[in-house]
Design a protein around this ligand. Structure first.
Ligand code: GLP
Length: 261
């Protein structure tokens, strides 16, 4: 990791494989949630989806957490994709998280079938004045955060925005097997904006797999740039990024060694 500003405190932890990474990221997330509940009586979290979150959510849902005190926000969702689709992120979150908790305080899913502008307004009202304790994130093969593909909008103050998905992003979704053919992958999505993501008090980023190695290098060894959207994490005061030996393979070894655990 290149710390180009004196405020850069992002920590990189390299684990051996995705399972190991997920265990550490999920138990770390649970600790943060428990601490927020202890302090405030409740916790507000943001959840990403995608393959990078499989192991992290698996561990998180095994942890002792008073889920009835936890409010969940949803990071991103395709526009126009029904929940019945295997690629639906609402379906993903219901099956891989919500149902396993036995009930949360509140759940704010993005409904990509609603009018997109109205859906963003609805969610913007809900999240305004909400302090988010923890965001669980992934990084796309193109370096995206949420669905903020490059060049990402680092400036908008809107919490939820409508975005066009770039070719690399759409090909990633196809490659992961969520869709049968490229024409099936939606061209637009609703995503939490970069500024809103960065308002989270703490961030845990889970990034396994060799498919992410170039994006990890681009985002963590370059100066912060909207061409590498996840590079913004270098500026977050409390962000831990969990990699595995595959996703960290292209990072400068002397940089990793300082952070390896
Ligand atoms: C996905 C999702 C995000 C996720 C990121 C990384 O497509 N839109 O919520 O954090 O992009 O994806 P994946 O975990 O599939 O590699």
């Amino acid at each position: 990791m290149i710390c180009l500003s004196i405020t850069c405190q992002m920590k990189i932890i390299v684990k051996s494989d995705p399972a190991d990474l997920g265990k550490k990221a999920g138990s770390g997330a649970a600790q943060i949630i428990r601490a927020a509940i202890k302090k405030n009586g409740f916790a507000n979290i943001i959840l990403a989806t995608g393959t990078s979150q499989f192991e992290t959510l698996n561990q998180l849902t095994r942890e002792e957490v008073d889920w009835k005190q936890v409010t969940m926000f949803h990071l991103d969702e395709y526009i126009g994709l029904p929940e019945s689709s295997p690629a639906s992120f609402r379906k993903y979150l219901k099956e891989r998280f919500i149902q396993k908790t036995g009930g949360l305080r509140q759940v704010h899913l993005i409904n990509g079938e609603n009018n997109p502008a109205e859906e963003c307004l609805r969610l913007n009202k809900i999240i305004s004045n909400t302090q988010i304790d923890l965001a669980l994130l992934g990084i796309g093969e193109n370096g995206h955060l949420g669905f903020n593909d490059p060049p990402a909008d680092f400036k908008t103050e809107e919490a939820f925005i409508v975005v066009n998905l770039d070719e690399k992003c759409r090909r990633q979704q196809l490659g992961e097997g969520w869709f049968h053919e490229i024409g099936d992958v939606p061209r637009q999505a609703i995503t939490m904006s970069v500024k809103q993501i960065m308002k989270s008090a703490q961030i845990i980023c889970s990034v396994p797999d060799s498919r992410k190695a170039q994006a990890v290098k681009d985002c963590f060894e370059n100066p912060v740039s909207n061409l590498f959207p996840a590079s913004i994490l270098q500026q977050h005061p409390h962000c831990v990024c969990f990699l595995d030996k595959f996703s960290s393979a292209l990072l400068e070894k002397n940089l990793i060694d300082m952070n390896i655990q």
